[in-house]
Design a protein around this ligand. Sequence first.
Ligand code: ZN
Length: 50
Amino acid sequence: MLDDLRCACDAPGCDRALGDDQLLVRMVTAAGERRAYECACGAVTVTVVR
Ligand SMILES: [Zn+2]
């Protein structure tokens, strides 16, 4: 299940888990699906889902 994927914030010192509640935008490209998450700390983390 793709929606079960978990990732964590990239910001130094911040290790919050990122999930659907933090999902900012989702883009599907030839390389896969990219998701941008906005953490409560304000940082945006981008992940690629293959
Ligand atoms: Zn964070």
